[in-house]
Design a protein around this ligand. Sequence first.
Ligand code: XMP
Length: 311
Amino acid sequence: MDYTKFIEEQIAAIRQTVGDAKAITALSGGVDSSVVTVLGHRALGKNLKTVFIDSALMRQSEPQRVADRFASLGIPVELVDAQDDFLAALAGLTDPEEKRQAVTDTFYSKVFSRLVKESGAKFLLHGTILTDIEETVAGIKRQHNILAQLGIDTQESYGYAVIEPLKTLRKDDVREVAKALALPADVYHRIPFPGPALATRIVGEVTRQRLTTVRKATAIVEEELGDSGAFQYLAVLLNDRATGIRHGKREFGQIIVVRCVQSTDARTATATELPWKKLHRICDRIITEIEDVNRCLYDLTGKPPATIEYI
Ligand code: XMP
């Protein structure tokens, strides 16, 4: 595939579709939304507004880190605090699809439609990729960013049209486009992180406290496995407890699962054969650095039948 040609074609197509109107894009810092943001910025300059929605579901310091990164590339990013909106929508929900739906609805109908109205944007630039569409259409999973392919008329439902420049590409191609756009290596080498963010890594109800637990575990796993070369690594908080003993006292503590997988396009994946010593180190850190967690498990399941995330 000729990535330079792809970039030129997409920039021209975005310009033609948007014309003199304004467009908006929600940057998450992942490779898909980063590529779309850069394509949109090159196509539209000031007529593209880039926002980072702080949903309370992001990783440690992520909102500010992403905004600073793009500011240094000459692309201003507006941070939008929508933590309360997302937490209110997720309160009491335990069903995976209901949680995904709550994140999608809050994102698009509540937070985003307000931002679109305020900005006067007529178009949303969106980082949907082919795998997202295929899995959603096949009914495997309701990907948070799929709308049109499910027959949702965004113009009617949310008041804007969606442009999806990456919808014919898979993850490995998106990384090549990022490289061809001269994005920094830490952007295109970044491991995938799902749209519904840490909500996909909490089994059961998403609360501020449970987010804090999974966020700490995520930081440890990312620190420890950053040089593993794996496709993706993550921590999951289970909705179960296990008995343990800490400081001579019985404790009914929380359980964290560590997942680290090899894959090229996320359609299939296998568990990484991590060195035993590394696994012990991760486990030790998780159970000592995070209050209330007294078990840590390593997930050996491949995809299929498991998916990479837990909801
Ligand atoms: P699963 O869990 O379905 O994930 O095996 C496959 C890949 O997709 C990521 N993922 C998502 N990405 N929106 C996204 O943009 C989503 O709703 C979503 N759900 C999962 C996941 O991290 C993995 O890389």
